[in-house]
Design a protein around this ligand. Sequence first.
Ligand SMILES: CCCCCCCCCCCCC/C=C/[C@@H](O)[C@H](CO)NC(=O)CCCCCCCCCCCCCCC
Ligand SMILES: Nc1ncnc2c1ncn2[C@@H]1O[C@H](COP(=O)(O)OP(=O)(O)OP(=O)(O)O)[C@@H](O)[C@H]1O
Ligand SMILES: [Ca+2]
Length: 593
Amino acid sequence: MEIDSVRVESSLWIGNKRYRAFLSGWYFSWTEIDKRNREKKTSTTFIIVLNAPEFQNCGLVSVPVSEVIGVKEGRVEIQTQKKVEDTDLDFTLFYVKRNRRVNEHGLSWSLGRTQFCCPSRGVRDQWITQLRTALKTHSPSRPHRLLVFINPFGGKKRGKQIFHSLVAPLFELAGISSHVVVTERANQARDYILKKDLTGFDGVICVGGDGMFSELLHGVIGRTQQEAGVSEHDPTVKLQPCDLHIGIIPAGSTDCVCFATVGINDPVTSTLHIIIGDSQPLDVCSVHYQNTLVRYSVSMVGYGFYGDVLAESERHRWMGPLRYDYSGCMVYLCNRSYPGLVQYLPADSHISSPRDKTRCLSGCRVCSESKERLFPHFDSSSSLYSTNVSQYSSELEGEWVTIEGRFKCVSLTCMSSSCPRSPKGLSPSAHLADGTADLIIVRETNPLGFLTYLHRHTNKQDQFDLPFVEVHRVKAVRFSLPPGEKEEEEYEEEDDREIQTSAERELEDPEKLSSSNIAGHSQQHLAGWKEKGSETSRLKRQGFVCGPCCTKPRSVSVWNCDGEILPHTEISCRVHGQLVRLFARGIEDSKMP
Ligand SMILES: CCCCCCCCCCCCC/C=C/[C@@H](O)[C@H](CO)NC(=O)CCCCCCCCCCCCCCC
Ligand SMILES: Nc1ncnc2c1ncn2[C@@H]1O[C@H](COP(=O)(O)OP(=O)(O)OP(=O)(O)O)[C@@H](O)[C@H]1O
Ligand SMILES: [Ca+2]
C-alpha cells in the first residue's frame, strides 16, 4: 500500500462525539460528522479511499504527521504515560500543540493529546500501524538516540530536575533513547564530544545556559574539523559544516541562543522541537588572535560595555542571573569609553541590511537563499558537502573599511541575540543563517545618550537611530588598539582573578591542555597577567582607575565572547555561514493563527 497516494479513513469516537478521521499524505485530520447521533455508537467500517472528496464540515482538526509525537495503544495520560484504561478499541495520539500567544515574540508549544475510540480492535490496530508508518515516512530526520549533558549548576541550578521531570518523559513517549552525562566540571561536555566515540548518536543536547551551549558548539565544530582534516586556526580556511545537530534545553541565566532560535525559553517547547527533528542552520563567528583560534561565537562578541559587565558580573556569581543587571548598573555608572580601530569587510548590501526592519522568522527567505551562495557545491540528493572545492573561502574578498575613535561599545552578533532582557535583541533584523554578522558601533557619548541606546533594546524604538550609533552588515572584523595602547602594554586589574578562572581551570587539568587550543592561549596569557599585577596597582594609585567597581585602567576593556572573557584584545573575527545546525526552526511568525 502506497501511503502517499492513498487516504486512510474511518469513523472514530472522541468522548461521546462521532468523528470522521482521515490520514491523507502529510496530515491526520478529524471532523465531527454526526451531531444528532451523539449518544449512539453505530458500527463503522475502516476504509481506504483513493482520492476521496474533502469533507466540508467545520470544526476540522488537522495535525501534520511531522508534528505527531507518538501513538499509543489504550487511553494514556500525558505526563505519567500511565494507561488509564486499556481497551481493545482505543488509541491515544500525542502531537505538538501551539499555545495561545502571550506576547508578540515567542510561541510556546505543549503536548497535545487526543484519545480515539475505534469501532473494532482491527480498526484500532490498523490506525496505529498506518500512523506509525506515516511518521516514519514523513519524518525521516527525527533523532533516535541522543547524548545529553546536564550542567547541575547552571542558572537556578534546576538542570537535573528540568530534564527528569519535563524532558525525559517526552523522549520516552517519542521512543528516543538518551545517554545522560551530568557534568562534574567545566569543559567536560566539550572534551567528551571531542574525544569519545559518538557512533549512533543523532544529536547532542545541553541542559544549561549559553555557557553549556558554547561547550557543545566547540566540541561539535572541533570534532568535525578534526575528522575532515581542516585547521581551525587559519581564519581564511573554509570550515567543514557540522552534521551532528545540537539541541538546547534552556536552564541557564540568559539562554540567549535558545531564545533567539526558538523564540521562547521553555524546556517543553525545546524538547518538542528536538523530538520532531527540526533543523535550523546557524552562522558561527570564529575569533582569532594572530592566526590562532581563540573561540567560536554565535551570539555576541562585545568590547567595552558588555565586556566590562561580564568582567564585573564574574565577581558576583553568587547573585545568580541577577548579577548581570547589578553589574550592568555599576558599569553604566562608571561611564567608560575606549579608544580603538575597527576594520570590517562589508557584506553584500543588495541582499539585506541591518536597518531594513525585517525579521528573520521560521522559513526565512534570506537564509534559505544564502545556502546556495554559501554552498554552491552542495549535493542535495546525497546531502553531502563536496570536498572537491577550494579549501579557502572566497567570502573574504572585498574592500575593508576602517573606523577609528573612542567607543562605549563595539559589538558583533551573528544573530539578533534576543533574550528575555531584550526581546528584539542587539540587532533585531539580523539573520540566523545568512553568512553575515552585524557590527554595532556605539561611539563615546554622554550618559543620557548611552542610557537611551540601552533602553531602546527593551522597547519598539530603533536603537540604531541615534547619532552616535552605527551598524554594518559584515563578513569579517578586525579590532586593534591605537599605537601606544598595544597588546603588550595592556594592564589587567589585580582583581581579575575571576577573569582568569576559565584559563586557570584549564591549566590545572593537563589533559585539557593537550586537547584545547583555548588552553594553549590561556597559558601564555596567564603568565602575562601575573607580571602585570604590580603595574596595575601603580596605575590605580595614580588615579587611572575610577572607583570601587571599576579597578581597571580606562584605556583597555575586555572582549565578551558569548559570555566568556577573551584573553586577548587585538582580535580578528570571521563569519562562517551555516556552520552548525540546531534542533529548532527559528521564530514562528506572530501573524500565524
Ligand atoms: C534602562 C534599561 C536598560 C536595559 C538594557 C538591556 C540591554 C540588554 C542587551 C542584552 C544583550 C544580550 C547579548 C547576549 C549575550 C550572550 O551571548 C551572553 C551569554 O549568555 N550574555 C552575556 O554576556 C550577559 C550580558 C548581559 C548584559 C546585560 C546588560 C544589562 C544592562 C543594564 C543596564 C542598566 C542601566 C541602568 C542605569 C540606571
Ligand atoms: N559541573 C560543572 N561545574 C562547574 N562548571 C560547570 C559544570 N558544568 C558546566 N560548567 C560550566 O558552567 C558555565 C555556566 O554554565 P551554564 O551556561 O549552563 O549556566 P549559566 O548560569 O547560564 O551561566 P552563564 O550565564 O555563564 O551562561 C559553563 O560555561 C560551563 O562550562
Ligand atoms: Ca547571520
